[in-house]
Write a protein that binds this ligand. Sequence first.
Ligand code: HAM
Length: 416
Amino acid sequence: MINIPKGTKDVLPVDSYKWQYVEGVARETAKLFNLKEIRTPVFEHTELFQRSVGDTTDVVTKEMYTFKDKGDRSITLKPEGTAGVARSFIENSMANGVLPAKMYYIIPAFRYERPQAGRLREFHQFGVEIFGAKGAQTDAETIMLADSLLKNLGLKVKLYINSIGCPTCRAAFNKGLKEFFAPKLDNLCYDCKTRFEKNPLRLLDCKEEECKKINADAPSILDYLCEDCREHFEALKSYLTSAGIEYEINPRIVRGLDYYTRTVFEFVSTSIGAQGTVCGGGRYDGLIEELGGGSVPAVGFAAGIERLLMVMEQSGVEIPAPAVPTVYIAGMDADCRKKAFELAAALRQKGVFVEIDHMERSVKAQFKYADKLGAKYVAVIGGNELAEGKANVKQMATGESENVAFENFAEYFLGK
Ligand code: HAM
């Protein structure tokens, strides 16, 4: 027997309505903010992620599904959505079109991580990217979109914001970090020694307990922000306050991807522990240029769909149940079932949700099955009914029944 690969999950037919619900709420929320959907390939050239996500990040160094295709190209299954969308923005000259370019996506993403609750190797993201606007208002609107989505899904979350500055203030901060970490280098993990050399900001993102302890006393980026970045962060706070969005400043949030500048943020569920971050994002003003496009500011976020569903379940959010058949047409013998088949075809053409027997069950067993499906009505066709051109229709909720002529079926069930 061949099993599902580690870190992946099937969404079974009994559960898919939950996914459809979350995706539907996400699409509706995106629409209210004037975002249009973008679809990009599941795989891209590996170099795209090395240059955007960054080659000192865990995602690029440890977690990517990378392989050579038959043409000897290095291909990677996308570990996140931003890079592909940025590539498409440049490739399709969207900077010459209407700006801001506001878009969203629902994608599978792939990271070779250690699987646990809420952490998978194939997971799904609802993501948002807005290109072309540099002001803090757009950061606030992006956060507001995420906040609306989470509220629309009935979740209780906490918003953490931070600014990680621009390349200018980052250089000063990196210097400060190096001064702080230099005497402690021996106590840091192997990876952090490389991070110290290549990208000191990544030191703050280490998941090792010992490193986390040391990090607690590290300098705060907020003390190193240049005037422009400070103003941008102040403006963001003011917009959030005017929108009634509560936040907490957390100078420890640096995000696990290299492309961020200025605003970064995370929404953390207050109802689960370890994998509580349901949504993360920020501004990335340097990415388009880094990938060979012009200088185009951008901001976005992504929410993990599995995590949203997990938190919804844990906090008892009721997801509307899927639709049930309006009518189940039961037939007593082969001739009656043939009639049920014909009636079902006619009703479905009119848009009525109908089910019939496929298992040659007895009428009693069909009744039981119809009840299990939650059918609102069961129409029974026996030998007499077939001869008289009618069915006995029982309303399941009340137990009341009446005869309905076959020619009146559509009229009877439409709108029920
Ligand atoms: P990220 O923080 O790496 O950001 O991922 C966003 C969300 O995806 C996380 O908050 C989490 O809910 C979910 N997620 C990440 N990894 C896993 C996993 N292994 N299993 C389950 N869920 C996971 C990004 O991906 C950025 N592209 C977001 C962004 C868009 N920034 C700007 N624009």
